[in-house]
Design a protein around this ligand. Structure first.
Ligand code: AMP
Ligand code: MG
Length: 498
């Protein structure tokens, strides 16, 4: 066992993004925090990154991930981007409270490490560059929850807390999350250079993205076609991401173009929420008065955001009709992707045109009674598993219990039984239990873990972390984490201020 006196594990840093030059970022030093301590650590990610076993034991690592010391070879920088916020051009934004430490080569491929909440940067505008413990725990848990669900996301390696105070609606304490992703490039990075007419830098950025993140495009002839093809890839993966969000009831809450990842990762966890009762009009962001980012609107918003990216790339593509044509692919791709996800949720091999009535009716049922989204799908999966053995309709009793209006449910069940009779039921059940999670990060679960953490008990964070890392497993003994939300859950209000 290496002693604490061992030299700090050396990471082979490089930063290809840094090499782009000063138009794209500014070197920044983190602002130190006092009396830092671990709040959460992601062992499996550390392993995945190939970090040494004794990494967490090094006092210097705690200090480094708090922003109190710079790991040898790392050159922290903040990048500049712009974006549309709530449908309106917001001008220059940038990493106001994120610092990129650099990039390391890992068994998972090259990964960038970022500190979120390590102090002000030139892009902080009026902000303090800090993140509070509450929002850092939410990001740490939710990024692992998304990863556990198989949904592309930035990851979180650790949270470090400090007693230093941060003012939000009330005084809270500071924390820093270490985020990990192959790239933190956002649509807003491209919008930034397009809007300011800096087409040379725009090209440099697009070429950078292609070389490092879409190298398959290097086979496409250089020039407009290549940039158009990149837009096509982003459109495709964004459609897939939206289908995945919608299928698990994930509401992002702030789908501004600066929060849209070029790699279609779920990024910038703020006022997000997993639906409890199913409500297509649900707005999870207290600051979103118009409901622009309501649950059911997310795919349309993604499409709108893709248009912003298309607009930003237009100086390189020079052909508006071609851009519109590529983006129009979203209109067929998204429904196809969603169908794939819904088919799995229902235990079907594929959605046929004639299945849309059954699917629409299911969501109407859920919406009418605000039925718990996660519990409905999980109970349906278990019901099919047991029906596969018994062929007794009684197997669906626990699903029926979720509805007050029994006749509508019975009618739907009749149609469903007819449809799944065409499937291998045992296989359908297996598929459903791998598609319909038992555990999602419900707001009230996060709040409970946060309340505990605020008094120095981080066990709630680690319990939730373990459950959410494997959300399709049963985890006997942890039923309460998969239960209906308590009444007070509906009064939780989450705003952008984090
Ligand atoms: P968000 O909506 O949280 O993704 O943030 C939008 C913009 O505000 C980004 O440029 C962030 O870097 C910046 N920002 C958010 N919170 C803070 C903060 N506390 N201090 C500095 N900048 C912030
Ligand atoms: Mg953001």
């Amino acid at each position: 066992m290496p002693s604490l006196a061992d030299p700090l594990p050396q990471l082979a840093w490089r930063n290809r993004f840094a090499a782009l030059g000063p138009s794209f970022h500014t070197s920044v030093s983190a602002t130190p925090l006092r009396d830092v301590h671990w709040v959460g650590r992601n062992d499996s990610l550390a392993k995945g990154l190939g970090l040494p076993d004794h990494w967490w034991q090094e006092p210097a690592v705690l200090q480094a991930l708090a922003g109190n010391l710079v790991l040898p070879g790392s050159q922290p920088l903040a990048s500049v981007y712009s974006g549309h916020q709530f449908g309106v051009w917001a001008g220059q934004l940038g990493d106001g409270r994120a610092l990129c430490l650099g990039e390391i080569d890992t068994p998972m491929g090259p990964q960038e490490l970022q500190l979120k909440g390590a102090g002000a940067t030139p892009y902080s505008r009026m902000g303090d560059g800090r993140a509070v413990l509450r929002s850092s725990i939410r990001e740490f848990l939710c990024s692992e929850a998304m990863h556990g669900l198989g949904i592309p996301t930035t990851r979180a390696l650790a949270i470090v807390g400090s007693p230093d105070k941060v003012l939000r609606e009330e005084l809270e304490t500071a924390a820093v999350v270490t985020r990990v992703a192959p790239s933190f490039l956002r649509f807003g990075h491209f919008e930034h250079f397009a809007a300011s007419g800096r087409h040379e830098e725009l090209k440099q950025l697009a070429d950078f993205a292609i070389t490092h993140h879409f190298p398959e495009l290097l086979a496409t002839p250089e020039g407009a076609k290549r940039y158009l093809a990149m837009l096509g890839i982003v459109m495709h993966s964004t459609a897939s991401l939206m289908a995945q969000w919608q299928s698990v009831g994930f509401c992002h809450g702030v789908m501004n173009t600066d929060n849209m990842s070029l790699l279609s990762l779920t990024i910038d966890y703020g006022p997000f929420q997993f639906l409890d009762g199913f409500d297509p009009a649900h707005i999870c962001n207290h600051s979103d008065q118009q409901g622009r980012y309501a649950f059911a609107r997310q795919p349309q918003v993604a499409f709108w955001n893709l248009y912003c990216l298309g607009q930003a790339l237009l100086p390189l593509i020079q052909d508006q009709d071609a851009v519109v044509q590529v983006l129009d692919g979203f209109k067929t791709l998204y429904p196809q992707q969603l169908d794939r996800r819904i088919a799995a949720k229902l235990g079907l091999d594929e959605v046929q045109a004639s299945d849309h009535g059954l699917i629409d009716a299911a969501f109407r049922l859920l919406a009418t009674e605000r039925t718990d989204h996660t519990i409905f799908w999980r109970r349906l999966s278990h019901a099919v598993a047991s029906y596969a053995h018994t062929l007794e309709v009684q197997a669906f009793a626990a699903v029926g219990d979720l509805f007050i209006e029994a006749s509508a449910w019975q009618a739907w069940l009749g149609l469903y039984l007819e449809r799944i009779a065409q499937q291998d039921l045992a296989q359908a059940a297996v598929r459903m239990l791998r598609s319909n999670p038992k555990f999602v990060l419900r707001n009230h679960l996060g709040e409970q873990a946060i309340a505990q953490a605020k008094i120095g008990d981080f066990s709630g964070v680690s319990t939730l972390f373990e459950l959410l890392s494997a959300p399709f497993d049963e985890h006997p003994g942890f039923e309460s984490f998969a239960a209906f939300p308590p009444d007070w859950a509906s009064t939780i209000s989450i705003s952008c201020s984090s």
